[in-house]
Design a protein around this ligand. Structure first.
Ligand code: AKB
Length: 320
């Protein structure tokens, strides 16, 4: 029986992943770990939640003991642009918190899911069809913490046998919880602005290609990797996974197919642009496909249809 703790459960990925895990493994078996923001709605009502600031090892230990936790999805994180504005906090949340999670996992025999990112690559990485195993010299604090995290997870597996597994997520697009402070956030915000105002000011320049994925695929990827046959996993930490690659212009044109008077203008944010320019245009995710059967369900066309439908409904009900 799995007893799961999700840190960062009110965040963009955590809020949807926690509910999916509850559906799969039983509401009472999935603890939503929160820090300051209280859970609301279904997340609050459907199962247990506890304060778990992952930078405090005692808080993790207490919850792991209380609920007999044997799997930790460690989603508490600070996104790239925010971490770049406060690198000290970026390191604390990105590395010290993960170290605490791994130490508790070692002591209490838990499996650990760690989300790495396209941010783990840098300007000297091959930018097109970026291989699974390649140069990783990121130039952002976010990227430094992600590479460190990948290495720490590998180390805890090899040295202590902790069942660590991870993904290099691209930009994740969703319609439930907004991301905050990420470089790829524009690809979420554009849908909301298109529905509400038919106009969007894009912080990244035309021609900035980045990998992206729709949330249902991101959630399936995490759960399927954690369920995968360990004997087939050569990499563990961390698999390239992607579903699509586009630049702002391609995304805007896809939205215009449904909202013909939608207009996008550019006002480039230098911090975000600098980060985006150091990240891959598109990753090769064949290792994930071969080792545990990764296959995304959504592409740009089907994701856009769904995003506009869901956000359009929320807008017409006055919920935005
Ligand atoms: C960010 O933009 O910081 C994240 C990521 C790609 O890791 N969405």
């Amino acid at each position: 029986m799995k007893h799961i703790l999700v840190t960062g459960s009110v965040g963009q990925i955590g809020s949807e992943l926690t509910l999916e895990l509850r559906k799969k493994y039983g509401n009472e078996n999935v603890v939503a770990g929160i820090r300051k923001t209280q859970p609301t709605g279904e997340l609050k009502d459907s199962g247990p939640y506890e304060v778990v600031d992952a930078t405090d090892i005692t808080q993790i230990t207490n919850v792991v003991k209380k609920y007999n936790i044997n799997v930790i999805y460690h989603l508490a994180a600070m996104l790239s642009a925010i971490a770049e504005n406060n690198p000290q906090a970026g390191w604390n949340v990105g590395v010290n918190a993960l170290y605490n999670v791994l130490e508790v996992a070692r002591e209490f025999n838990c499996a650990v899911f760690f989300p790495s990112s396209i941010g783990a690559f840098g300007p000297t990485t091959p930018l097109d069809n970026t291989p699974q195993d390649t140069i990783q010299r990121p130039t952002t604090m976010y990227g430094v913490t992600k590479v460190t995290g990948e290495l720490l997870c590998d180390y805890y597996f090899k040295r202590f046998g902790v069942d660590t597994r991870g993904l290099r997520y691209p930009g994740i697009i969703s319609n439930v919880t907004l991301p905050g402070g990420g470089t790829t956030d524009y690809a979420v915000e554009i849908y909301y602005e298109a529905v509400k105002n038919k106009r969007f000011t894009c912080p990244l320049a035309k021609g900035t290609f980045l990998d992206m994925m729709y949330m249902p695929d991101a959630i399936n990827a995490a759960i399927n990797l954690m369920e995968a046959d360990p004997s087939k996993l050569i990499h563990r930490n961390a698999f390239n996974v992607t579903a699509m690659s586009f630049d702002p212009e391609i995304l805007a044109n896809e939205i215009k197919k449904h909202i013909p008077d939608f207009i996008m203008v550019y006002e480039v944010d230098q911090t975000k642009q600098g980060i985006a320019d150091s990240w891959p245009n598109s990753m090769d995710d064949s290792a994930a496909r071969e080792e545990w059967g990764w296959e995304p369900q959504y592409n740009l066309t089907t994701m856009t249809l769904d995003m506009l439908k869901v956000i359009g409904e929320k807008h017409s009900r006055g919920l935005l």
